[in-house]
Design a protein around this ligand. Structure first.
Ligand code: FES
Length: 498
């Protein structure tokens, strides 16, 4: 009999098929039956979330690599109008929220915003509790409806997030409460808060704590603990009910470890004798197994095959102008710049240019010591194209924890309430050793003192991607880029209207 029902396919095959589907189709699949619902809630299927786009019929779900360009002003205005219309409608509505049918239908803009809000609530209530730890990217830029509470819930479910875009949203400091604990966002590499005008220094402090502490020997990292358990414990069984029906059996599934790319060879100072890099496709299987294991294995009752991890040798985790216009009056907006008292002790700049054992990596042999900081920065830039991973030059003094403070992109454009205190918070705990892109355009209350302090703790900062107010005579004045908000009609700038 050559015919076979789709339910007879092994779980891994089903998952491979589901990976070709977008979020809309995955949701449809989840409505077929309970076992498909379980499959659809597998973490590796939901790595990159774009609720704002999804609510508008764009079901993009790839990594957010090409999304760094700013949208047109017209598009931004239409999103703002949409948000305003929704808020007015929401405030005027005096009908019970739960009775959606009783509420008058609004304009298309209001309908879109409602759809977005329903989608966000659905994601928070139904999806993230199951897949949160696997989520890497969340893009909520220009959302009409996202609230600080929603962001707080989302971040609470997603401790391993690497990319967060909250551009031009209405969030406040309390959105980042889950980052108030040490190591709350250890994996974060990209944070865009452009246009978030309610953000203050408190968010910078929470961010700094959440990124971990390079100067401490302690790291309270649940994610690290979880990974450590995953990697050190006996193999996690993936039970395949279908496998029992397969006369050939599926006793074991060995993961494939591939040699690292040749580019490693160019990095002489950090090249270990043998480099092995896990194939991303197979890593998904490991994480799926852990995901199912967390859920209690209810859908995967018996062990008939195993994910076998064999670590071969040691691994190494290698892993966006306008020039400043020179229009520096130094006085036209100086009244806006306040000098803040230095209330906290400065604990020291980034003395360590090391990376650390990162996601799914293992302690490699120590590299040659004696590299200069600038050399390390150059090296990181070279490696940055390789999946965002970095090569550790040596094990960090945290004793193998994952506190790398690996933030590479930070935009506070238009966050005018951020002051030198916020910049100081970021420069503490080891600074931001991997930060390449820093946008402080429209931060009206920062001064050259705060800028210099932060920049001294960011050895990898690329001047081409370093933006701040043209009226500040700050660090790298001749090479850094100028304020990006001069021509922007919707973000703070001390010279808007000139
Ligand atoms: Fe001063 Fe834009 S914030 S030039």
């Amino acid at each position: 009999d050559s015919s076979a029902h789709i339910s007879q396919l092994p779980t891994e095959i089903m998952l491979r098929l589901l990976r070709y589907l977008g979020p809309e189709d995955l949701c449809r699949c989840s409505q077929v039956c309970s076992s498909w619902l379980d499959l659809a809630k597998t973490g590796s299927l939901w790595r990159h979330l774009y609720p704002v786009r999804w609510a508008r019929g764009d079901y993009y779900s790839a990594p957010p690599g090409d999304l760094d360009q700013e949208p047109g002003e017209e598009w931004v205005k239409s999103r703002q109008n949409e948000g305003r219309a929704y808020q007015e409608w929401d405030e005027d509505a005096d009908v019970d929220e739960s009775d959606e049918s009783g509420r008058a239908r609004g304009s298309p803009a209001i309908d879109t915003a409602q759809r977005e809000k329903r989608l966000l609530n659905g994601i928070i209530q139904n999806l993230l509790p199951a897949v949160g730890p696997s989520v890497k990217s969340i893009v909520l830029a220009y959302s009409s409806t996202v609230s600080s509470k929603m962001v707080r819930q989302i971040l609470g479910f997603c401790p391993n997030i690497t990319h967060l875009d909250l551009t031009q949203t209405d969030v406040t400091d309390c959105a980042f409460d889950s980052w108030s604990s040490l190591g709350g966002c250890l994996s974060l590499e990209h944070l865009d808060l452009s246009g978030c005008e309610k953000i203050t220094d408190h968010s910078m402090m929470k961010l700094s704590v959440g990124l971990g502490d390079l100067t401490s020997s302690t790291c309270f990292d649940q994610r690290s603990d979880r990974r450590a358990k995953l990697l050190k414990s006996p193999p996690i069984p993936i039970a395949l009910t279908e496998a029992r029906k397969n006369p050939a059996g599926r006793q074991r599934q060995a993961l494939v470890f591939k040699p690292g790319p040749d580019r490693w060879g160019a990095v002489a100072a950090c090249t270990p004798t043998q480099v092995w890099v896990l194939d991303p496709a197979d890593l998904a299987d490991i994480e799926d197994a852990a995901d199912w294991s967390r859920r209690g294995g209810t859908s995967l009752p018996d062990a008939e095959s195993f994910v076998e991890t064999q670590l071969v040798g040691s691994s190494c985790c290698c892993r966006r102008s306008r020039r400043r216009g020179g229009y520096r009056t130094g006085s036209s907006a100086s009244f806006l710049h306040r000098q803040y008292a230095l209330g906290e002790l400065f604990c020291g700049h980034s003395a360590c240019c090391t990376g650390d054992a990162a996601l799914r990596t293992f302690a490699g042999p120590p590299c040659e010591s004696g590299s200069t900081r600038s050399g390390a920065a150059e090296f990181r830039t070279k490696c940055s194209s390789f999946g965002g991973r970095r090569c550790p030059e040596r094990q960090h003094r945290t004793g193998g924890s994952e506190a790398t403070r690996s933030l590479r992109f930070l935009s506070l454009s238009g966050c005018y309430q951020v002051t030198d205190l916020g910049l100081r918070a970021l420069s503490q705990r080891g600074g931001l050793p991997y930060l390449e892109h820093l946008n402080l355009s429209g931060c009206l209350f920062i001064t050259d003192v705060g800028l210099r302090e932060l920049v001294s703790a960011c050895p990898a900062l690329n001047d081409e991607h370093f933006y701040y107010c043209d009226n500040i005579s700050g660090p790298h004045a001749d090479t850094a880029s100028g304020c990006q908000n001069l021509q922007c009609g919707f973000r703070a700038c001390c010279r808007s209207g000139e």
